[in-house]
Design a protein around this ligand. Structure first.
Ligand SMILES: CC(C)(COP(=O)(O)OP(=O)(O)OC[C@H]1O[C@@H](n2cnc3c(N)ncnc32)[C@H](O)[C@@H]1OP(=O)(O)O)[C@@H](O)C(=O)NCCC(=O)NCCS
Length: 289
């Protein structure tokens, strides 16, 4: 059977629909809301083998705008990787990965990805190395709560447009390792963070966090100015002391006494020179494609 390597085909409506069906089948993910809300991102670039109209193997490369140690850098993330079961172990995804890496090489500093455990041997075979992320934990004091947060519904077009305007002007949540991609942030707002976003008018920031009996996980703070933790904590606090786990590097939070703990389950892999590898680091939650 003849296979055709195709890339950059989002303008072909049928091929894009075939890609979406493929992602639903392999990863059980539905991108329709992201598309229907006008967030589909050409920086998310497919490399796929088609047999006629049928997509049989695919990988995507997301060009990421990040701040790394205070400098704006362009890096790449691999995601949306899969081969139909009956086409596996024929070298198809290895060749697609090579094509994607060759495309990225001239203007991306390094490549990273988050892998399912069963795919670790594939990524080892294609030249990626596993790395260990750590997250920062802070024991936040009891403070008097300031209950002025407003709920946000990102699936409301007007609210999504306001969030987009802020995302376009945002300061990266971290100077050490911050992400700036607007459409990717909106993806997170529409899917994993959909119920977790609120707006703090006094600080003019959106916050995304979740709380359970063990404490609070802070996913992102989106604003033109990133407030220090001390400023933002009263708007998140329920009045008692609590642990706060940061899902991003908290260098802008102005905190002492952070504890760093292993972050399990991300399956993070890298290729190329990554400047933060010698110390504790975590990719921002909203940098996952
Ligand atoms: C992982 C996956 C994309 C690999 O696709 P593929 O087209 O079969 O990969 P290739 O044939 O190009 O494999 C290249 C090399 O990777 C390694 N490899 C691939 N699949 C492997 C497996 N299941 N076990 C061990 N090694 C594997 C081998 O070294 C292989 O070379 P070889 O066949 O000459 O020994 C495919 O198995 C898949 O779709 N899995 C389910 C979805 C998934 O896990 N996606 C990744 C999520 S992060």
């Amino acid at each position: 059977m003849r296979l055709h390597l195709r890339t950059d085909y989002w303008d072909d409506r049928l091929a894009r629909a075939e890609f979406q069906a493929f992602i639903r089948r392999i990863h059980h993910l539905d991108f329709m809301l992201w598309q229907d809300m006008g967030c589909w991102d050409p920086l998310y670039r497919p490399f796929s083998y088609f047999a006629g109209d049928r997509l049989v193997a695919s990988t995507c490369l997301y060009s990421m705008d990040m701040t790394i140690q205070g400098e704006r850098r362009r890096v790449a993330q691999i995601s949306g990787v899969g081969t139909l079961p009956e086409f596996r172990r024929r070298g198809l995804n290895r060749r697609l990965t090579e094509a994607a890496l060759e495309w990225a090489r001239p203007d991306h500093d390094f490549v990273y990805l988050f892998a399912d455990e069963e795919a670790f041997p594939f990524y080892a075979a294609t030249g990626f190395r596993p790395v260990h992320e750590q997250f920062a934990r802070f024991r936040a004091p009891a403070v008097r709560p300031r209950p002025a947060r407003q709920p946000v519904d990102p699936a409301d077009p007007g609210q999504l447009a306001r969030l987009r305007r802020m995302a376009e002007r945002r300061a990266p949540v971290s100077r050490d390792l911050g992400v700036l991609n607007v459409e990717l942030l909106l993806f997170h707002a529409l899917y994993p963070l959909r119920e977790l976003l609120s707006f703090v008018p006094e600080l003019e920031v959106y916050v995304a966090f979740a709380r359970d009996e063990t404490g609070l996980r802070l996913f992102d703070v989106i604003g033109e100015h990133v407030p220090a933790f001390e400023e933002i904590w009263p708007f998140l606090s329920e009045g008692r002391a609590e642990t706060v786990d940061f899902q991003f590097m908290p260098d802008r939070m102005d905190l002492d006494g952070l504890e760093w703990l292993p972050l399990e389950g991300n399956g993070t892999h890298l290729m190329g020179e990554f400047p933060l590898e010698s110390g504790p680091f975590v990719f921002p939650f909203t940098a996952h494609a």
